[in-house]
Design a protein around this ligand. Sequence first.
Ligand SMILES: [Zn+2]
Length: 257
Amino acid sequence: MIATESDIFTDETFWEPFYTDLAKAHKSIIISCPFVRRWRLDRLEYQLKTMIRNGIAVCIFVQTPASLRKEKTNLSAEEDREICDYERDIKRMSTWKAHVTERPRAHQKFAIIDGTKLWEGSLNILSHRDGAEHMRRFDSRYEAERVTKLHELDRCFDCEVLRAKYFVAAPNVELQRQMIAHAIHSHRKYQKFSLRDLSAASGVAHQRISQIENAKYLRAIDPLFEIFNALGLRLIVAQADDVSAVLNQIEIRSEAR
Ligand SMILES: [Zn+2]
């Protein structure tokens, strides 16, 4: 066990040093927070939009609003309105070009800045109003990485698309199957891998790779990721409906830089 120094804060002392950290960010900020409320976004909007304009990736992880609907069958008008507000606030962050990832049971509270500063504790950064809270700050790449890996906060879809070296976008599974088949076959040939070489590197049976290359197999997605990883590629597959939104974001972001 490595002891890491940290500082502790309350809701009253948290915001000032947190904003100082945001102002010094130069690469990325991850915020994991189960809920979002308008009054908190009103205060954060200027800072987060400035960061995004400066090319900093703002990756937000929130609880899926739809999962709140599923939890209860008879929603009161009040509860229904709260969920609608929540959905509207999530869309609002997307219009800033923040990356928003929804997860069904997410209830963790973190902020990670440039992969080196970690804030964790009870305070909901995107919805806090006036509750008494406890927060802890680590200036430690080690602690930030541990939390990022454990809670998969590096699995932001928008960031994955931006990093992807192979982006398959097609309106149906049949076309996706053909594009994937072509990608694997051409990259395998280019890298002078035999089917057996690729099988050894990926851990996927060579008969299975052959089926995939002949566009005859695409029932399970897992072997595809193994094969693409072995070829040094990252695979992203998207439905055609999602594509224009994603590409639009990339275009706007590259223009902004
Ligand atoms: Zn992201």
